[in-house]
Write a protein that binds this ligand. Structure first.
Ligand SMILES: [Zn+2]
Ligand SMILES: [Zn+2]
Length: 281
């Protein structure tokens, strides 16, 4: 799965998720790092309105209008409904960017809202879920979800040949059921996520601003151990990405990685070092 991630607590966080051309959060530096790739972005999903998650919007919106690329391609920005900071930005952009060549749409989102990405047999959508971060600023996480089909439990012991026969007889609907698989879950800034909200996801992006609980003054962010606990409880299938680490821990990354290795976790853990651009293939 292709993605480009940059995250340093307090400064800037953003993730370009290539499979669905989504930018999750938009901290400063997005457009100067992505350059012409900014034209690939279809949707921006903002977790909340703190500066380190929205300060790249001014660059992104202007570069999409002025650089070499499809300057008429529309851009949708989704944000938690009721965000004071984002609402003020929308007013600002409305006044200062009257001559945009493309449609810029701001879409408020509430927990549980769905945004359709792909229709058809393997329909995909984004579903917003609640997170707990700041008292004054609403915050959300987002799941990229895909609709799939599987055999109903009572048919799971059938032999391959029998399944093929039943499908040929037109009984596919009868023997299978639809289910929703989360492919990628982005928690934004939050205290430990509720595992239920990201259950069974393939890749979980969980913030961990702190290595040690003692470093946390206010209960607004998570620690590395808490992020791992959430991933275990949620049954993460492939990878846990730990981001939003404080730059005070820059030199500790190798040690933390070793400690995590010793835990023999059932998924791969990627620590996103604070202040480094990480390209994931
Ligand atoms: Zn932040
Ligand atoms: Zn924040």
């Amino acid at each position: 799965m292709k993605a480009i991630v940059y995250s340093k607590a307090l400064y800037s966080t953003w993730i370009y998720y290539a499979p669905d051309r989504i930018l999750f959060d938009c901290g400063e530096g997005v457009s100067s790092f992505l350059e012409n790739k900014v034209f690939a972005i279809k949707h921006v999903f903002l977790s909340h309105g703190h500066a380190d998650h929205i300060s790249g919007l001014m660059g992104l919106i202007n570069i999409r209008n002025n650089a070499m690329g499809d300057t008429e391609k529309e851009l949708r920005v989704y944000y938690p409904e009721g965000s004071y900071f984002v609402s003020e930005l929308i007013r600002y952009f409305g006044r200062t960017n009257r001559d945009l060549q493309y449609d810029l749409e701001w879409v408020p989102v509430q927990p549980g809202d769905r945004v359709h990405l792909l229709e058809g047999r393997h329909a995909r959508f984004i579903e917003a879920f609640p997170t707990v971060h700041s008292r004054s600023e609403p915050s959300l996480g987002y799941n990229v979800a895909e609709v799939r089909r599987r055999l109903k439990p009572e048919f799971r012991d059938l032999k391959q040949g029998d399944i093929v026969r039943l499908v040929r007889e037109g009984k596919k609907e009868e023997i299978t059921e639809e289910y929703v698989q989360f492919l990628f879950s982005f928690g934004g800034d939050s205290v430990p996520l509720h595992p239920h909200h990201v259950r069974g996801t393939e890749v979980l992006c969980h913030e961990a601003t702190f290595l040690a609980d003692e470093d946390r003054k206010e209960y607004k962010h998570a620690t590395v151990l808490e992020a791992i606990e959430v991933a275990l409880k949620a049954g993460v299938q492939k990878e846990l990405w730990i981001l939003h680490l404080s730059s005070r821990y820059r030199r500790d990354m190798a040690l933390v990685e070793k400690d995590i290795e010793k835990m023999k976790l059932p998924f791969r853990v990627r620590l996103i070092p604070p202040g480094e651009l990480v390209e994931i293939e």
